[in-house]
Design a protein around this ligand. Structure first.
Ligand SMILES: Nc1ncnc2c1ncn2[C@@H]1O[C@H](COP(=O)(O)OP(=O)(O)O)[C@@H](O)[C@H]1O
Ligand SMILES: [Mg+2]
Length: 386
């Protein structure tokens, strides 16, 4: 297993989180549609790639990153496109006959299969549904994985309004509820921002209440240790048990990404400064170097900047500033701040988003919020608060 910090971990570089993989298959095999929930960088896309790359018998997958999509028809057109490139669809005679009748919208047959033009007039939702009805899945069930789905929903709401957003959710639900499709098509939705937060603001929770929620928790301590060992196997230095404990203690929120980042910095120190033995001081230094890589963490701030306006932004920024200076912030302080910013009516939603998106939590004590990870806290203190 090699260090990988840029793109999702795949193949031999994916650390197999057995309990999580098992849970995913349990849900898929019982026919559920899944909402894969976890903050950014926790490993959602990596997990989906793993399911797709090592499918169980009778399952096949398509994966679509929907982040840039901003209208419903485009969304379904992109799924149709993907679908037509899959093997079992290409080899379905019934489907080819169906497509023959719809020739006018077929743009070209390229290297990768049939490509469709952006004919806005065409109803791609209807077309997707008919294709799904037509294909007989001799290879078993098809799982359609839609990454960054909540971003798409946000885009649609921003560009076309709330009614369009509700319609979009309703269309997705209709496909999932289609009785003829129930034993052959399943969906996995995911994204780094809380779908439930957006949907509940629209007041249409019923459009997603059929989804089974699958959470991606941080690694357990023993998983984290196993992952470190797997990475060390490919590195030219070793770490003592005491140093590994020290690293885990410093990371606290044991997501694979942070483990990758720390080992990457240790590798750089070893390589560039010919560090022989990794000591606590070296680990501290690796953390400092890591925090200087702006690009690893910048998105945590950008996200707030982009989605929150005016006093909403100032309110959450002050909360995060206080929590990083003092180590925590109490719900009393939060309430007082909501008065200061005149946000009494909505501040609970804002805190809910901060929790969901992985900034803070109140696990230990319901009335006290602290950062999920000292790493993000340190980064925030250095780069945003001061
Ligand atoms: N199972 C895993 N094994 C190894 N590294 C992982 C794993 N899951 C996540 N990572 C690390 O975390 C980073 C972010 O993972 P990714 O799947 O892109 O997260 P998300 O889609 O939730 O934002 C990856 O680049 C990789 O460094
Ligand atoms: Mg992702």
């Amino acid at each position: 297993m090699r260090i990988q910090t840029g793109s999702p971990a795949r193949g031999a570089n994916f650390f197999k989180r057995e309990p999580l993989i098992q849970k995913s298959w349990d849900l898929l095999e019982s026919g559920e549609h899944i909402l894969l929930a976890a903050p950014r960088r926790v490993g959602k896309t990596s997990l989906m790639y793993f399911l797709m790359d090592y499918p169980r018998e009778n399952f096949s997958f398509i994966f679509l990153d929907t982040e840039s999509i901003n209208n419903e028809n485009e969304f379904f057109r992109r799924i149709v496109n993907k679908l037509l490139k899959t093997q079992h669809v290409k080899s379905s005679q019934k489907l080819l006959t169906f497509l023959d009748k719809h020739k006018p919208i077929i743009k070209k047959v390229g290297l990768e299969g049939i490509e469709f033009g952006v004919s806005d007039q065409h109803d791609y939702f209807g077309m997707l549904r008919r294709i799904l009805h037509t294909i007989s899945l001799e290879q078993g069930r098809l799982v359609i994985m839609l990454d960054e789905f909540p971003e798409t929903l946000e885009n649609i709401i921003a560009d076309e309004g709330e009614a369009a957003g509700k319609h979009f959710l309703q269309s997705n639900r209709e496909l999932r509820q289609d009785a003829e499709l129930s034993d052959k098509v399943q969906f996995i939705y995911t994204g780094s921002i809380g779908l439930e937060n957006i949907v509940s603001k629209l007041n249409v929770m019923k459009t997603i209440n059929d989804l089974s929620r699958l959470k991606i928790p941080p690694l357990t301590e023993s998983e984290a240790k196993a992952m470190i060992q797997a990475l060390l196997a490919g590195l030219p230095f070793d770490l003592s048990a005491a140093i590994i404990d020290y690293i885990l203690e410093k990371i606290e929120w044991l997501i694979p990404f942070y483990i990758q980042l720390v080992l990457q910095e240790l590798r750089n120190l070893h390589r560039d400064r010919s560090v022989q033995e990794v000591t606590r001081d070296i680990v501290d230094q690796a953390f400092r170097e890591m925090l200087e890589q702006r690009n690893h963490f910048e998105h945590w701030h950008t996200r707030l900047r982009e989605t929150l306006k005016g006093s909403d932004y100032n309110f959450v920024k002050e909360i995060l500033n206080i929590a990083c200076e003092s180590g925590s912030i109490s719900s009393n302080e939060i309430m007082n701040l909501s008065v200061k910013y005149k946000l009494e009516a909505v501040y609970k939603d804002l805190i809910g988003s901060l929790v969901y998106d992985g900034y803070i939590n109140n696990h230990d004590d319901a009335h006290t919020y602290r950062y999920n990870s000292p790493i993000l806290r340190m980064w925030w203190r250095q780069n945003v608060a001061n």
